[in-house]
Design a protein around this ligand. Structure first.
Ligand SMILES: C[S@@+](CC[C@H](N)C(=O)[O-])C[C@H]1O[C@@H](n2cnc3c(N)ncnc32)[C@H](O)[C@@H]1O
Length: 261
């Protein structure tokens, strides 16, 4: 029975573009290991997947580097590019013994909580959405991490503070194409989490033009971007005096993130 359900889930995921197949299957397997009534849970997941609901929104969490990150419709479900952002940011924090880290636009707190759990650092995390911050606070608590959460518009809540590392996965979808996004993104992520303004780059421009005022000497910035935005982001970075230190490709070899200094 269980095998038959799993095969059906795999079939639906392979056919459609519901989400990354490998991570979805490993998330389902992990979820089933922890659940008592496996058949009932599988049926719930299968019904949801058939309706094109991403698995984290069906079961209420995702798993990142072994941590359980609670997800609901107030927050974006972090994608594989954000896992790369976390890996690159934590490598740099560890290598440079960074102390003060800022996660701007934290959403579920996935980035901040994972960094706090992997690295010995002080993390401040901000978001404009109070609902998202409630989930982020819960994720910090359930993963035994201490994070200084602040609500507000971009840098406004951290005025006067300085950081060694800034990491961000800001909204980056062009306002005009939000309606064209696949249903499994459009119907679940809040618009404030995806709307990047008319050119999709409103937040990149704001972050790259303001961030230098919030750095200790030698600080570095990690930022995610959308498919095919990389050239524009590089131009914005260079115009604002940043050096491109590293580009992060995804598994389709598209540049989806940067380390800037
Ligand atoms: C793409 S989501 C990323 C969430 C999280 N960092 C992740 O990777 O899973 C962007 C987040 O930016 C927040 N946001 C939107 N506008 C903002 C603003 N003006 N200032 C701060 N946060 C904002 C949204 O509420 C949302 O949680």
């Amino acid at each position: 029975m269980t095998k038959q359900y799993l095969e059906q889930i795999q079939f639906i995921l392979e056919k459609g573009e519901t989400e990354d197949l490998q991570s979805a299957i490993s998330l389902v397997s992990f979820h089933l290991e922890c659940s008592e009534d496996k058949n009932a849970e599988l049926k719930k997941i299968l019904d949801g997947v058939r309706k094109n609901i991403p698995i984290p929104y069906i079961i209420g969490y995702t798993q990142i580097f072994g941590l359980k990150i609670i997800i609901n419709r107030d927050v974006l479900n972090p994608g594989p590019e954000t896992i790369t952002l976390i890996e690159k940011t934590s490598e740099s924090i560890i290598k440079n013994h960074s102390v003060q880290v800022l996660d701007l636009c934290t959403g579920s707190g996935a980035v901040a909580v994972t960094l706090a759990s992997r690295c010995n650092v002080q993390i401040t995390a901000t978001d404009i959405s109070e609902k998202a911050l409630s989930i982020a606070r819960l994720n910090a608590l359930t993963n035994n991490t201490v994070i200084n959460f602040k609500q507000g518009d971009l840098f406004e809540p951290v005025k006067g503070l300085k950081f060694d590392v800034l990491t961000s996965n800001p909204p980056y979808v062009k306002s005009g194409v939000i309606n064209l996004l696949p249903g499994y993104v459009r119907n679940f992520a809040p618009v404030t989490a995806i709307d990047g303004g008319s050119d999709g780059l409103f937040f990149h421009k704001a972050i790259l033009s303001e961030a230098k005022d919030f750095f200790n000497p030698g600080g570095c910035l990690f930022i995610e971007c959308e498919d095919d935005q990389d050239r524009e982001v590089e131009k914005i970075a260079i115009k604002n005096g940043w050096k491109i230190k590293e580009r992060f490709p995804n598994r389709h070899k598209k540049i989806r993130g940067f380390r800037l200094e």
